[in-house]
Design a protein. Structure first.
Length: 603
């Protein structure tokens, strides 16, 4: 009788070595299990073999549809709180949940059609059991951990990382924010414009904070995801700009606490009633004619129940903030974040204009519209959109956004880049990494993950043979635990914390994967860029590549292209294509912060 072994997460390697001959096939569902089996020379295949390209595309497309579950009018009475749809607040987190789930759901369905006799690790057991009655547990090592938040701190020359549970992180953050509120109370000048900044990094947007007083603007900073102050530099900026910090706990009074208590109690009852609509959810959450609600609900319902209750705290604290202080305008960087969405809805109720500032280089193509919309790139609810320049303005207009809402005011973060005096150096090769992401089906395939780290390893190996020092700078918002494996290279250093711009100034060349904002930053600083084509999300080619402003290559041609770039640095600095592109992509070069503040001060 055929018997397959499915592995994901941790498993008992000693037992596997003893019993591997009992299984016709061993199937790995994640990168770590594959690497362990490969190291121990145990034959296996990847779960990727049980999902084809057309199915990957279908899962990606239908996941966007599933993410709109909260738009059913029959559910509004359960999930609307203070005119805010709580389901919409969970949109991005939902994609991170449903895409990996559907990928495994489909793979396991296909496997059990071939072989219904399965042994598997505990993390896969419920999914396999959904399709087959002939399933056995394969011994797993415990991998139960509380969710940790890793945060990097820098004081002077000292760097250290703090790993905390989510609750520990919130307590420390709230305490620090509360302590820092009083010293930085803004001006009481009644003629000053009061600006509310939501989830904005004071170091990255230093020019906005420092120049705010020149425009008689007083900034209140409301950051719930990360601390407003985390090192001396951020503290100094807040202090110098006389900005005010507020946090959730500082806004609560007895009235708010009572409202939260009654609101959460009522919401618990409403959610219990909503989950009783089993027929609706079973029908809605179906893929290829097969409902996945029964198994998906086991992780979806607890997550929704927990998150929705916490959303009430965010809503009530933001309401209280608007009651305590009048704001003339609000600045956000995305319409997708929880705090940003809440602020948008309450700002409408209070008739406060909200300005959305472009925060990165997107795929500016028609095929990427759904993705960009998910990430809150478009000003669907904002009153105004500040684009970096006319290229993105045109792209946003094509999304049926009124031209009257769009302002070409550049990027305040880049002001300092245009002030540089060419005192840059060529000390190392900089690699800006961006690991696979949960909400892309293709990134959940093991082959893509293998390819990503294999290419990175190949690049490091080639560069060290050229006696080049290499610095790897991972994407700040994406976790990449496997980078630790690259520390064995003698000339390779991994720098996780801090801004990438100081590193770009000192690099000889920037190497990145596919599209990245770092390409633009490097071009402003007249540094050569080599973009390695790694993944095809089906978005098409962005303007930055269409206009041939940087070298793109495959890993096969990497050595040849690298040598060309390193021997052609002077020509690169005089490249007219880059200068023309930067002119079209970035308005108000060197003066963006002043332009943005002038605009905000006149709302």
């Amino acid at each position: 009788m055929k018997n397959y072994l499915l592995l994901d997460s941790e498993f008992d390697l000693d037992l596997l070595i003893k019993t591997k001959e009992n299984f016709e096939k061993i199937v790995c569902f994640d990168l770590n299990s594959h690497l362990i089996l490969e190291e121990n020379q145990i034959d296996h295949i990847l779960a990727d073999e049980y999902i084809d390209k057309s199915t990957i595309e279908k899962i990606q497309s239908e996941s966007f549809s599933f993410s709109k579950w909260y738009l059913n009018e029959n559910l509004f009475k359960y999930i609307i709180y203070e005119n805010i749809n709580l389901g919409k607040l969970f949109n991005i987190q939902f994609m991170d949940m449903v895409v990996p789930f559907l990928t495994k759901f489909t793979q396991i369905n296909n496997i059990t059609k071939i072989c219904p006799n399965i042994s598997c690790t505990s993390s896969l057991y419920e999914l396999v059991q959904y399709f087959s009655k002939n399933v056995k547990h394969f011994s797993s090592k415990s991998n139960i951990q509380n969710k940790k938040i890793s945060y990097e701190y820098k004081f002077g020359k000292f760097n250290f990382t703090v790993n905390l549970s989510e609750n520990q992180f919130k307590k420390i953050k709230n305490t620090v924010d509360l302590f820092l509120q009083s010293p930085f109370e803004g001006s009481k000048n009644k003629k000053s414009k009061n600006l509310l900044f939501i989830e904005i990094d004071p170091i990255k947007y230093k020019n906005l904070f420092i120049n705010s007083e020149n425009y008689d603007c007083r900034i209140t900073l409301f950051n719930n995801r990360k601390p407003a102050v985390w090192n001396y530099d951020s503290w100094k900026i807040i202090k110098k700009s006389r900005s005010k910090i507020v946090n959730i706990n500082s806004l609560f009074d007895s009235e708010s606490k009572n409202k939260i208590f009654s609101g959460t109690s009522e919401l618990k009852n409403q959610l219990n009633l909503m989950w009783s609509n089993d027929d609706y959810f079973s029908t809605f959450f179906s893929f290829n004619g097969l409902s996945f609600w029964e198994i998906f609900s086991k992780q979806f319902i607890p997550e929704i129940n927990s998150k929705f209750l916490s959303f009430i705290e965010y809503i009530e604290s933001t309401k209280k903030l608007f009651q305590k202080k009048h704001f003339d305008s609000i600045l956000i960087l995305s319409e997708a974040g929880v705090q940003e969405q809440i602020t948008l809805q309450l700002a409408k109720q209070n008739k406060i204009p909200v300005v959305l500032l472009q925060h990165g280089v997107p795929y500016d193509t028609p095929n990427a519209i759904s993705r960009n919309n998910l990430l809150g790139f478009f000003p669907n609810d904002s009153d105004f959109f500040i684009s970096w320049g006319k290229i993105i303005s045109k792209y946003v207009e094509n999304f049926r956004i009124s031209k009257d809402k769009i302002q070409d005011l550049g990027n305040p973060v880049f002001d300092q880049l245009f002030d540089h005096n060419d005192n840059t150096s060529n000390e190392f090769i900089l690699i800006a990494t961006s690991p696979p992401m949960k909400d892309f089906v293709i990134d959940n395939t093991v082959n893509v993950q293998i390819n990503y780290y294999s290419i990175l390893n190949e690049i490091c190996d080639f560069l060290t043979k050229l006696n080049k020092k290499v610095i790897i700078k991972p994407h700040p918002s994406l976790e990449d635990k496997n980078l630790e494996n690259f520390k064995h290279f003698e000339n390779v250093e991994i720098i996780k914390n801090g801004d990438i711009i100081p590193l770009i100034k000192k690099c000889e060349l920037l190497i990145t994967f596919d599209l990245s904002t770092t390409i633009l930053e490097s071009q402003i600083l007249k540094k050569p860029v080599l973009s390695i084509s790694l993944k095809d999300y089906g978005f098409g080619k962005s303007e930055i590549f269409k206009r041939d402003t940087c070298t793109t290559t495959s890993i096969v041609n990497f050595p040849e292209e690298l040598k060309k770039i390193l021997s052609n640095n002077i020509t690169y600095k005089q490249n007219p294509k880059i200068n023309s592109f930067l002119k079209d992509y970035l308005s108000c070069q060197g003066n963006s912060a002043k332009s943005v503040l002038y605009f905000l001060s006149n709302l």
